[in-house]
Structures are given as C-alpha cells and as structure tokens.
Write a protein that binds this ligand. Structure first.
Ligand code: PYC
Length: 332
C-alpha cells in the first residue's frame, strides 16, 4: 500500500481553478518541457488523474507543477495538468500559476516584475504587477498563434451542418461563429454546448488533421470555442470554451483568446497593436493585444499578449492512497 502526499496551493483565474502542486511533484526527464510532458504522460499520469478528477478535483479542475528552467536565462518551467490531459500551454493556468508562485515565494525572478517561463509549447514572457504581497495582474506574451484552417464543415447533432475555423494559440481551437444553424452561445444552455462539443471534437479529429509545424506532439484539435454576443459594452467578443470532457472555461481562456485573435488578424478584423477584450461565459475578462507578427515555419503568426488576474484562496494537502478505490479519480 502506498500513500503519496501533494502540497497544493489553490487559486482561480477570473473564475477558473488553478491548483499548483508546490510539493510532491515527480522528477521528470527531458531536455525541455515538451519532453518532460511526454515523460509525465507515460509514467505519472495517475498524479494528474488523482488531483484533477473527482473526488479530489472536479470537471473544470486544472493545475500546474513547477520545474527548474532548462535555460539558465529563464526563471521557471511549468507542466500544466488538467482534466483534459497535459496541455502544451494554458493561459488561465499561467496567470494563476505566476500569481501563486510570486505570492508564495516559490520562484524568485531574476528581474522583479518579469518571469521567463518555459511551457511545453515554448517560451512565454510574463510581466506582473504587485501591490504589497498581492499580485494584481499578470500579462503573458504567448507563443506564436496562427489561423490553421478556414471554412471547414462538420455535422453537429441537433444543429446540423456547422462551418468553423481552426486556429492555434498554444492549443488547437475549432472556432464556431454565429451562423444559420448556430445563433450564438447566449441562446443555448452550457450543458447543451458541452454535449455538442464532445461529439464535434470527435468528428472534427476524425475528418481533419492539425499538426503544429514546429512540434509534431501538438497534433489534435482539443478545444471548441463557441462565439456569441458580449454582455458588457467594453468587451470586443465573448466565448464559451469547451475542454476536457465536461468543462466550459470560466475564464476567457488565454490560449483560446490567442487563437481567436489570430483568426481575427488573418481575416483583417484586428491589426498589430489592437486590443481585444475577451469575455467569458461568466462575464470575466482578459485583455488581449496583437504584440507582433512573425513568420512561423512559413505561416504568418501573431504574437499575442493576454492580461488577467487571479486570487489565491487556499492551501490543500492532498493524499492519493492506493488503498482508496477512487485514488485515481472517476468521471460520471
Ligand atoms: O486559459 O488557455 C487557457 C485554458 C485552456 C483550457 C482552459 N483554460
């Protein structure tokens, strides 16, 4: 019988959970975070399942584990763990992780106010603001993001044929804009969007292939972004992002916002320097901006930044005991 103990700090980013594993994470091998992510998935996925799924977690749970950077110029390397697996990049996870790590003294950045963070998807540059001990905002400059495909079609249960674009912002997103068979996210129940998303994602990945031009381990459309009308006048757009099997992001979704900005940029609806205020299903907001435009292996990509906030709310020492029939979680 084995019992493993994890020391976690729990927070939320604009409403979506972030559980940072500050103690008990495994030693991983690899020359960078992408290789370490593969090692974790092969040997230690039980940790993710035990900490993310019920009964210790829930459908929306997501978190991270900190590692030393591989390049001494950087401050930290991060593995993201979620109900959906280990994402190459997670925006709300980054904002929460950096807030926790700074407030709890888990990292000491070389330059105060700046963190160079290695994610499996690549290097992410972060600027954060502090008032006393509290981190009040985190702005991350994400990996290059690009529109991968336009005007694809898929048959959706109940709704019929939908047209969608696929865009990359650290993960691949199928973006469903309002159209004849879909009148906007505000007109449907979240449970209904979730049920359709599960089926759509399956069908999209059966019908189409998406492979990151520089990292072939990123090769699936994992998220569905449903678009709709904004709640507040100052928001540019609103989304409901589906991830995992049953989750709709409560935050405006950092990688989803990056993917959507790349889509808008490619369609001429945003230009370099423009701000893009993205609203979540609960009305929380991220401020996005097109910082730069670069060539990424032959694709025109934007370098997006995302700014948001997180609040730390608790300390959680969690045991995973082999003897517990639900040690590795369950899903209903
Ligand atoms: O903020 O990038 C994000 C994210 C991905 C899945 C949930 N949140």
């Amino acid at each position: 019988m084995a019992v493993k103990t994890f020391f976690c700090v729990d927070a939320h980013t604009c409403g979506n959970p972030v559980r940072l594993v500050a103690g008990g994470g495994p030693v991983l091998y690899g020359a960078n975070m992408s290789e370490k992510r593969q090692h974790f998935l092969k040997e230690y996925d039980w940790i993710r399942k035990g900490l993310m799924f019920e009964p210790r977690g829930h459908d929306m749970m997501s978190g991270s584990i900190l590692y030393p950077p591989h390049n001494p110029d950087n401050d930290v390397a991060v593995l993201f763990i979620e109900t959906s697996g280990c994402l190459p990049m997670c925006g709300h996870g980054t904002i929460g992780t950096i807030t926790i790590a700074i407030e709890e003294g888990l990292i000491q950045p070389k330059i105060p106010g700046v963190v160079r963070m290695e994610a499996p998807a690549g290097l992410v540059l972060i600027e954060y603001k502090q008032e006393g001990a509290k981190v009040t905002s985190v702005k991350l400059t994400n990996v290059p993001s690009y529109l991968a495909a336009e005007n694809l079609e898929v048959e959706c249960p109940d709704l019929g044929k939908l047209t969608f674009d696929v865009s990359y912002g650290g993960n691949y997103y199928a973006i469903v804009d309002p159209q004849a068979n879909f009148s906007g996210l505000e007109n449907y129940a979240a449970d209904q969007l979730i049920a359709w998303s599960r089926e759509l994602r399956k069908r999209i990945n059966e019908q189409y292939t998406f492979v990151h031009p520089q990292n072939p381990t990123i090769n699936t459309c994992t998220h569905i972004l449903w678009a709709g009308k904004t709640l507040s006048a100052d928001a540019t757009a609103r989304n409901a992002v589906f991830y995992g099997d049953k989750a709709i992001d409560r935050s405006p979704c950092g990688t989803g916002t990056s993917a959507r900005m790349a889509q808008w940029f490619a369609k001429g609806k945003l230009k370099q320097g423009d701000e893009f205020i993205h609203e979540s299903i609960i009305g929380s907001k991220f401020i996005g901006r097109v910082e730069d435009v670069v060539d990424m292996a032959g694709f025109t990509a934007i370098v997006p930044s995302i700014e948001g906030w997180a609040r730390v709310y608790g300390y959680n020492t969690i045991k995973i005991d082999d003897d517990d029939p639900y040690a590795y979680g369950f899903q209903v």
